[in-house]
Design a binder for this molecule. Structure first.
Ligand code: PGA
Length: 256
């Protein structure tokens, strides 16, 4: 399997339902003004849809990329409120799917996540596919089974090449926005299970290339111990990404 160092870490900011066009652009400029190891770490800002244009403009002269938080799998048509992948052309290079807030609050199913992931890849964007277990599932010893189900639902529709080009985010639901991050051991173990699942589905080369982030209460206080672990290829950051200095500290911690 490819050595962990062969994968370029990726740190993505999920601003969730925070910031509009102006304050989003301001935050993006503040991030870009930080001292970031952009040659070593890929950085992605995911503003709400109304901020995609201004944020894309704000980072146009920087290697910082922009991602969408949400897409629909159809290209166009009568889908009130939805945004398709072709509509992101020129604005975003990434799109998140399967975030637990979408799954829990908006009923996104494994099949939806599969369709969205395929649409994102077909449109030439990189999907960030989020998976993770709830606290009840962890306590019941079901973490591996839950992750396997969520990941397999997506992988079975993808080729090995598409899988290798994707990003997976391991985000235990109990760690999201709670201030209670997974321990480095828990994160490393779960990410190892995910990589094993990829390997079983698509072989070692794809498993060695796919980047798997950790997400859930990542902060400047815990990023060093999490992101220095082999196999953890960066982070998906919510709360701490709304502060440029905090986010920058996390990006720096991801540098090999
Ligand atoms: P958090 O969110 O960093 O605020 O826990 C992470 C996420 O939801 O992606």
């Amino acid at each position: 399997m490819t050595s962990p160092k062969a994968r370029r870490p990726i740190v993505a900011a999920n601003w969730k339902m925070n910031t509009g066009p102006d304050d989003g652009a301001r935050l993006a400029r503040a991030v870009a003004a930080e001292d970031l190891p952009l040659a070593q770490v890929e950085v992605v800002l995911c503003p709400p849809a109304t901020g995609l244009t201004s944020v894309a403009e704000a980072v146009a002269d920087s290697p910082i990329a922009v991602g969408a938080q949400h897409v629909y799998w159809e290209s166009s048509g009568a889908f009130t409120g939805e945004i398709s992948v072709p509509m992101l052309t020129g604005l975003a290079a990434y799109a998140i799917t399967g975030h637990s807030e979408r799954r829990q609050l908006f009923g996104e199913t494994d099949l939806d996540v599969q369709r969205k992931t395929l649409a994102i890849l077909a449109g030439g964007l990189t999907p960030i596919v989020a998976v993770g277990e709830s606290l009840d599932q962890r306590d019941a010893g079901e973490t591996l089974a839950v992750l396997r189900t969520q990941i397999t639902a997506v992988l079975e529709a993808l080729s090995p090449e598409q899988t290798a080009a994707s990003v997976i985010a391991y985000e235990p639901v109990w760690a999201i926005g709670t201030g209670r991050n997974a321990s480095p051991e828990q994160a490393q173990e779960a990410i190892g299970w995910i990589r094993d699942t990829v390997s079983a589905a698509h072989g070692c080369p794809a498993a060695g290339r796919v980047r798997i982030q950790y997400g859930g209460s990542v902060s400047p206080d815990n990023c060093d111990e999490l992101l220095s672990r082999d196999g953890i290829d960066g982070a998906l950051v919510g709360g701490a990404s709304l502060d440029a200095a905090q986010f920058a500290a996390i990006v720096r911690a991801a540098a090999p």
